[in-house]
Design a protein around this ligand. Sequence first.
Ligand code: MG
Length: 462
Amino acid sequence: MASRYYSRRDFLRSVGLGAGALAVLGRFSGLQAQAVQAAANKPNIIIIFADDLGYCDLGCFGHPTIRTPNLDRMAAEGMKLTQFYVAASVCTPSRAALLTGRLPIRSGMCSDSRRVLFPNSGGGLQDSEITIAEALKAKGYATCCVGKWHLGHLPQFLPTRHGFDEYFGIPYSNDMKPTPLMENETVIEEPADQTTLTKRYTDRAVRFIERNKNNPFFLYFPHTFPHVPLFASQKYKGTSLRGLFGDVVEELDWSVGEVMSALRKHGLGEKTFVFFTSDNGPWLIQHLRGGSAGLLREGKGSTWEGGMREPCIAWRPGVVPAGTINPGLSSTLDLLPTCLSLAGGELPRDRILDGIDMSSMLRGKGESQREMMFFYRGTRLMAVRKGPWKMHLITQPGYGDGPTKHDPPLLFHLEHDPSEQYDVTKDHPNVIADIMAEIEKHRATVKPVPSQLDIPLRAGAK
Ligand code: MG
């Protein structure tokens, strides 16, 4: 794991912001103009993030009846990552990890009593965290978040306070009331008409790309769907062989196609990295309304592979080798260091980062540098992956039954047994001992902070 130490102050100075500017990060002008100039040759970055889409819900990841021609094309022109993980198998901690490059236990964005933030939560992503948007904005990028935020709905936690110039979307999950649609920090519709959300998000995203075609931009595009309740537009409703879930995913695929068309139309393809993945595995207790993790065990909410491993595609013509399938270990945690590497920025050093720069792997010029993954549920370490091995200390279904502790732990060889069916603990005592030692080292780096998810909404706040 990369552990770099560099203060927030040093970090902001390194990107051209002096002490006087620290207090007004996000509102600076002259210094930002210099950074914009320096950023002229930097690649654009787009992260498209589906919600509760399983490992096997795309055509290019093996679904037999959901049609995803645009994502299939993106995979054919780019790289499919087949051992790509999120840092938590539910929305809030997974999103916090993506944007900060840190395990949620380090940012307080997880809890053992509430798994995600709710409309009656008073907490959110802390200002002390550095997001990808904040880091790229400081390098002169225009930044935009379109879609589901779920890192705090109070004004101080919104995307506009975390490095995004603009925001359009729903601040939490679409099954939470009152489901406001927000433009920056203002509610413009409540409840949001969810049948038109994917279309409206896409229009916003395309307009942002067009407005910024002459300067580097970062678009974080976390879709509301296919999280339940499912809504498709009139155009897609009733059109998929896979029923409403398929309609919704096929409309998301259309949306990806619109983003890619906008890039091609403006000659931005070779200047733009696009990543597509999902925040967690399929919501299996929703039965037909939920997705599929295919051969992976379990789904959303669990630390079995079905909850944690997601479909992932990386694309940049001429840079990411076309038609490649890469089984290197990689994670949403790696996006912050990777984006900073692509943008020529330095990593913050005053905190522990859990991400690793995967830019050389994406260029097809090296193996993944990631060897370990730590799988948490709330603040509890449940399982650890090292190389091909995954060791479970505790297992628990995503929903329903309580935890089962394993002593000795369970051990699976994921490259031989991706479905985690055959426990081989007895045959590999050295692997168990080695991973146990890694856990001791890891635990020494973890200083739990108060959970933001446990903070109730104060009376009168909203
Ligand atoms: Mg989710």
